[in-house]
Design a binder for this molecule. Structure first.
Ligand code: GLU
Length: 321
């Protein structure tokens, strides 16, 4: 383990703690209560080392960062072909809550926007609603390495104000894209978004994807190895809403953001970076989260299509082995 890693992360944290652009999400009253200045960065490596700065244990709701993991569960249950019939992998270039559907292929565009995520949630195996709820929490447990819970207040808030998600779902029902149990599917979708995680949990969940599907802390397999690339591909092309192209260009890592302020980026074969900072830009992405990942990608040569300068590679090896 490298002592320089923490000092490095502290420098990055210091560099951006004064960045106070953006606003906390207010689309539901509960999220508006978040402390706008909360800020943590955690790196979890494939060796199982975890480096954290800020209040890495503070919990917040996972929101859309649940989407790639639920996509993985759908793939494991139904296989690539069947899942591909029900949800595409095409970036929509639209906002997360876009009502646009790909009517030519009769599918939502991709599993990272709400429509596709709701279709993915509908594929979670289980005979009853409680069984599917259990399967979801069991899935998150394998990734995080311990049991997670749902924030009841956020869940209630999502459910009572989720008219747009209801509209998207009924429209998909109209096209035969989802089965006819909309309210139940939405309940599960709201529960997945309202699951509580810490920045540390997120980093470890991401490190499972960096580590070919195995949780590097517990040694437990979270997802079949051959589906890891499916998750990382859609995270790369669709993970940051309508900022995904800019992100892929400037940062160059598979990632997913959530409106509670979490941002998870995966460096395949090496580590995951999780940032929590609830001030969001106009597209719903964490302002400091983007700034931190961009800085780290540059400093450490992490862009997947960049060989990195010798200096950046030197820093990466010095700090994160
Ligand atoms: N619960 C949110 C919604 O479906 C998730 C938003 C997000 O993190 O993108 O509207």
């Amino acid at each position: 383990m490298s002592g320089g890693a923490l000092a490095y992360l502290r420098r990055v944290h210091d560099a951006f703690r004064g960045l106070d652009d953006g606003v906390v999400a207010t689309y539901i009253p509960e999220l508006g209560k978040a402390d706008p200045d909360g800020f943590s960065i955690v790196v979890a490596t494939v060796e199982g080392d975890v480096f954290e700065v800020g209040n890495a244990a503070q919990r917040f709701t996972i929101q859309s960062i649940s989407k790639p993991f639920m996509f993985g569960a759908a793939l494991e249950a139904h296989g690539r072909e069947e899942v591909g019939r029900r949800v595409g992998v095409e970036p929509s270039g639209d906002a997360f809550n876009s009502i646009l559907l790909d009517e030519k292929s009769n599918r939502p565009y991709n599993p990272m926007v709400n429509a596709g995520a709701i279709a993915t949630t509908a594929m979670l195996p289980g005979a009853t609603r409680p069984e599917r709820g259990k399967a979801m929490l069991e899935l998150f447990r394998r990734y995080a390495g311990h049991s997670l819970t749902v924030d009841a207040a956020v869940y209630a808030s999502e459910s009572t104000t989720g008219h747009r998600n209801r509209a998207i779902s009924y429209l998909m029902l109209n096209f035969g894209m989802v089965p006819d149990r909309i309210e139940e599917i939405l309940e599960l979708y709201f529960a997945q978004c309202s699951t509580l995680v810490s920045c540390r949990d997120l980093a470890i969940m991401g490190a499972c994807l960096a580590n070919d599907g195995v949780n590097p802390v517990t040694g437990e397999r979270a997802i079949r190895q051959d589906y890891v690339r499916d998750l990382l591909s859609v995270m790369y092309t669709c993970g940051l809403y309508d900022f995904s192209g800019e992100w892929a260009y400037h940062v160059g890592l598979p990632a997913k953001s959530g409106v509670a302020g979490g941002l998870l980026a995966v460096v395949p074969g090496r580590m995951a970076i999780a940032v929590f900072s609830p001030r969001l830009d106009a597209r719903g992405n964490s302002v400091r989260g983007i700034a931190v990942c961009r800085r780290m990608a540059e400093d450490l040569g992490l862009h997947v299509f960049d060989r990195g300068t010798p200096a950046a590679i030197g820093r990466l090896m010095q700090f994160f082995r």
